[in-house]
Design a protein around this ligand. Structure first.
Ligand code: HEC
Ligand code: HEC
Ligand code: HEC
Ligand code: HEC
Ligand code: HEC
Ligand code: HEC
Ligand code: HEC
Ligand code: HEC
Ligand code: HEC
Length: 412
C-alpha cells in the first residue's frame, strides 16, 4: 500500500519537473540563440527570476509554445514596452498593493505615483521626452535588483554612474541648460570622499538628496532643507539665527549659499571673519560697522585664540607624554578641549556672538587646564630626576663610608 503511493508520488513529482521544464520554452529557446549579454543570460542576476518569476510574468505569452510567432499571437503577449510605456509596464505589478503584498508585505507600492511628480516623470509622461530617466534607466533591465547588492545599478557605490550616464553628458544636459558637472563636483566633495575613499555608506550620494522616485526624498518638502536630515544641529541653529528670515526674503538657499550643493568642501576657520577668503564679506561690507561684521570679527578672533591655545596645549601635553608621565587626566581634558573646538565651529551657525563666546571660553579654560596639568607633570619629572641624583649621591657617600669603616675594622 505504502509502496504503491510512494511510486505514485514519485511519478507526480517527476512529471511536475518535466512540465515545468517544458513550460520554460521562452528561456530555453532564447538561451540557445542569444549572446552572453542577451536577456536570457543576464537575467540570472535579476531579482524577479531569483524570486521565482519568469519571462512571461513581464512579457506575457504562452510559455508552452515552441515558436516565437505563435508566442506573439498567444493570449496576453505584451511584447516589449516603448520607452514611454515602461513606467506603466513596471507599475502593473509594483502599484498593485494586493499583488505586492502577497510577495513581500514590506515593499512600498508608491514608486509610480512618486515618479509622476519628479522632473523625469513629468517630462516623459506629459511631454513624451525620452531623454529623461524612466524606471529602467536607473534600474537596468534583466538585471534589476535591490540596492543592497553590490552589482545593482542602485547600490550607493554605483549611483553616480547610473545618474552620470545622462548627467555627465554635456551635449544632452546642454539642451536643458543644465551643467554636466554634478558627478565630478560630487566626487571632490566631503561626501564623495567619505563614500568612495572611506566606504562610509552614511554619506549621501545623488539619490539621498534628490530622492529615488519623487522630486525630493521622503520627509523633505523642499530640497533646500535636505541637509538638515543629517546635519540637524547646524539646521536648528540656522533656523533660529538672524539669517533665516534674511535668506528667505532674498531667496538664498540656506546651506548651499555658503557650502554649495555638490562640491561641498572641508570647512576652514578662515571662512569666517572680515578678510579674504571669509564668506561673511561676500554680503556684509567690511567698513559699515553693522552687527554682521562685528559678529564675523568676534567669532573669528575667538576661533583663532582657541586654535592657538589648543596647539600650545598639545605641545606641552606631548612633552609630558614623551617623558613617560601618567598623563591620563591631561589627555582627558584634551579630549574635552577638542570637543569644545568642534562645538564652537558648529555653533557659529547661530551667527550670534553671545552663543559662540561661552563655548570658546569654556575651551580656553580647558586649554589652560591641559597646559597646567602637563606642565605640572613635566616639573615633577625634573624634580624626580633631581631627587634621584641627590639620593644616589647620598647612597654613594654611604657606601664609601661603610667601606672605610670595614677597612678600619679589618686593620684592627
Ligand atoms: C523557439 C524559440 C523561441 C521561443 C520558444 C520564444 N522566443 Fe521569444 N524570440 C525568439 C526569437 C528568435 C526572437 C527574435 C525575433 C526576431 O528578431 O525576429 C524573439 C523575440 C522575443 C522578444 C522581442 C520582441 C518581439 O516580439 O520580437 C520578446 C519580448 C520575446 N521573444 C519574449 C519571449 C517570451 C516571453 C517567450 C515565452 C512565452 C518567448 N519569447 C519564447 C525565439 C523564441
Ligand atoms: C521585470 C520584467 C522583465 C522580465 C522578467 C523580463 N523582461 Fe525582457 N524586457 C523587459 C523590459 C522593460 C524590456 C524593454 C527594454 C528596453 O526598452 O530597452 C524588455 C526587453 C526585452 C527584449 C527586447 C530588447 C532586448 O533587450 O533584447 C527581449 C528579447 C526580452 N526582453 C526577452 C526577455 C526574456 C527572454 C526574458 C526571460 C528570460 C525576459 N525578457 C524577462 C522586462 C522584463
Ligand atoms: C509581474 C510583476 C512584476 C513586474 C511587471 C515588475 N516587477 Fe519588479 N518585482 C516584482 C516582485 C514580485 C518582486 C520581488 C518582491 C520580493 O519578493 O521582495 C520585484 C522586485 C523588484 C525590485 C527589487 C526591490 C527591492 O529592493 O527588494 C525592483 C528594483 C523592481 N522589482 C523593479 C522593477 C522594474 C524597474 C520593473 C519594470 C521594468 C519591474 N520591477 C517589473 C514584480 C514585478
Ligand atoms: C532616477 C532613478 C530612478 C527611477 C527613474 C526609478 N527608480 Fe526605483 N529606485 C531607485 C533607487 C536609487 C532605489 C533604491 C533606493 C535605496 O537605496 O533603497 C530604487 C528603489 C526601487 C524599489 C525598491 C523599493 C523602494 O521603493 O525603495 C522598487 C520596487 C523600484 N525602485 C521600482 C521602480 C519603478 C517601478 C520605477 C518606475 C515607475 C522606478 N523604480 C523608477 C531609482 C530610480
Ligand atoms: C536617461 C537619462 C537620465 C538619467 C539616468 C537620470 N537623469 Fe536626471 N534628468 C535627465 C534629463 C534629460 C533632465 C532634464 C529634464 C528637464 O530639465 O526638463 C533631468 C533632470 C534632472 C533633475 C532636475 C534638474 C533641474 O531642471 O533642476 C534632477 C534633480 C535630476 N535629473 C536628478 C537625477 C538623479 C539624482 C539621477 C540618478 C538617480 C538621474 N537624474 C538620472 C536625464 C536623466
Ligand atoms: C548633499 C546633497 C546633494 C547630493 C549628494 C547631490 N545633490 Fe544635486 N542638488 C542638491 C541641491 C540642494 C540642489 C539645488 C536644488 C535647487 O536649487 O532647488 C541640487 C541640484 C541638482 C541638479 C539641478 C541643476 C544644478 O546643477 O543645479 C541636478 C541635475 C543634480 N543636482 C543632480 C545630481 C547628481 C547627478 C548627483 C550625484 C552625483 C547629485 N545631484 C548629488 C543636492 C545634492
Ligand atoms: C544622508 C546624510 C547627509 C546629508 C543629506 C548631507 N550630509 Fe553632509 N555629511 C554627512 C556625513 C556622514 C558627513 C561626514 C563625512 C566625513 O566623515 O567626513 C558629512 C560631512 C559634511 C561636511 C563636512 C564636515 C566636516 O567637519 O568636515 C559638510 C560641510 C557637510 N556635510 C555639509 C552638508 C550640506 C551643505 C548638505 C546639504 C546640501 C549635506 N551636508 C547633506 C551626511 C549628510
Ligand atoms: C553664512 C555662511 C554659512 C551658512 C549659511 C552655513 N554654514 Fe556651515 N559653515 C560655515 C563656516 C564659516 C564654517 C566653518 C567653521 C570652521 O571650520 O571654522 C561652516 C562649517 C560647517 C560644518 C562643519 C563644522 C560642523 O558644524 O561640524 C558643517 C557640517 C556645516 N557647516 C553644515 C552646514 C549646514 C547643514 C548648513 C545649513 C543649515 C550650513 N552649514 C549653513 C558657514 C556657513
Ligand atoms: C549670502 C549673503 C550672506 C552671507 C554670506 C553672510 N550673511 Fe549675514 N546676513 C545677510 C543678510 C541679508 C542679513 C540681514 C540684513 C543685515 O542685517 O545686513 C544678515 C544678517 C546677519 C546678522 C544679523 C545682523 C543684525 O543686525 O542683527 C549677523 C550677526 C550676520 N549676518 C553674521 C554673518 C556672519 C558671521 C557671516 C559669515 C560667517 C555672514 N553673516 C555671512 C547675508 C549674509
Amino acid at each position: 500500500m505504502y509502496k504503491k503511493s510512494f511510486i505514485y508520488l514519485m511519478i507526480c513529482m517527476f512529471s511536475a519537473v518535466l512540465v515545468t521544464a517544458a513550460e520554460d520554452n521562452c528561456m530555453t529557446c532564447h538561451a540557445d540563440f542569444e549572446d552572453d549579454d542577451g536577456p536570457s543570460h543576464m537575467i540570472s542576476k535579476d531579482v524577479h527570476i531569483q524570486k521565482g518569476l519568469g519571462c512571461v510574468d513581464c512579457h506575457g505569452g504562452d510559455a508552452s509554445l515552441d515558436d516565437m510567432d505563435d508566442v506573439r499571437n498567444s493570449k496576453g503577449y505584451k511584447g516589449v514596452p516603448s520607452y514611454r510605456e515602461v513606467p506603466k509596464f513596471c507599475a502593473s505589478c509594483h502599484s498593485d498593493a494586493a499583488y505586492m503584498h502577497e510577495h513581500n508585505p514590506a515593499m512600498p507600492t508608491d514608486q509610480f505615483e512618486k515618479y509622476k511628480t519628479s522632473f523625469h516623470g513629468k517630462q516623459l509622461l506629459k511631454k513624451g521626452d525620452t531623454n529623461v530617466a524612466n524606471c529602467i534607466s536607473c534600474h537596468s533591465v534583466h538585471q534589476i535588483n535591490t540596492a543592497k547588492l553590490p552589482h545593482s545599478s542602485t547600490h550607493p557605490l554605483n549611483i553616480t554612474k547610473t545618474c552620470g550616464k545622462c548627467h555627465s553628458d554635456s551635449n544632452l544636459m546642454g539642451k536643458y541648460g543644465l551643467e554636466a558637472t554634478p558627478v565630478a563636483d560630487y566626487k571632490e566633495s566631503v561626501h564623495g570622499q567619505a563614500l568612495f575613499e572611506r566606504g562610509d555608506l552614511s554619506a549621501p550620494t545623488c539619490n539621498d538628496c534628490h530622492g529615488n522616485h519623487g522630486a525630493a526624498p521622503p520627509g523633505v518638502t523642499s530640497l533646500i532643507a535636505v541637509c538638515g536630515t543629517c546635519h540637524a544641529v547646524e539646521s536648528e541653529l540656522f533656523n533660529s539665527s538672524p539669517h533665516k528670515e534674511a535668506y528667505e526674503e532674498n531667496d538664498f538657499p540656506m546651506c548651499m549659499t555658503c557650502h554649495s550643493n555638490h562640491k561641498i568642501l572641508k570647512p576652514e576657520d578662515k571662512w569666517v571673519g572680515t578678510e579674504e577668503p571669509a564668506l561673511c564679506i561676500e554680503c556684509h561690507s567690511v567698513d559699515d560697522g553693522t552687527k554682521g561684521i562685528e559678529t564675523a570679527a568676534g567669532i573669528s578672533v575667538a576661533l583663532k585664540s582657541l586654535v592657538k591655545a589648543h596647539a600650545e596645549a598639545q605641545v606641552v601635553l606631548d612633552e609630558a607624554i614623551e617623558k613617560g608621565m601618567a598623563t591620563t587626566d591631561a589627555e582627558f581634558s584634551m579630549k574635552e578641549l577638542q570637543q569644545s573646538l568642534i562645538q564652537t565651529r558648529t555653533k557659529l551657525h547661530s551667527f550670534n556672538l553671545d552663543s559662540v563666546l561661552p563655548l570658546a571660553e569654556q575651551g580656553m579654560k580647558q586649554a589652560a587646564k591641559v597646559k597646567e596639568t602637563s606642565a605640572g607633570l613635566i616639573e615633577e619629572f625634573y624634580f624626580r630626576r633631581k631627587g634621584l641624583g641627590v639620593t644616589s649621591l647620598i647612597f654613594t657617600i654611604l657606601v664609601i663610608g661603610l667601606y672605610l669603616v670595614i677597612r678600619k675594622v679589618e686593620k684592627k
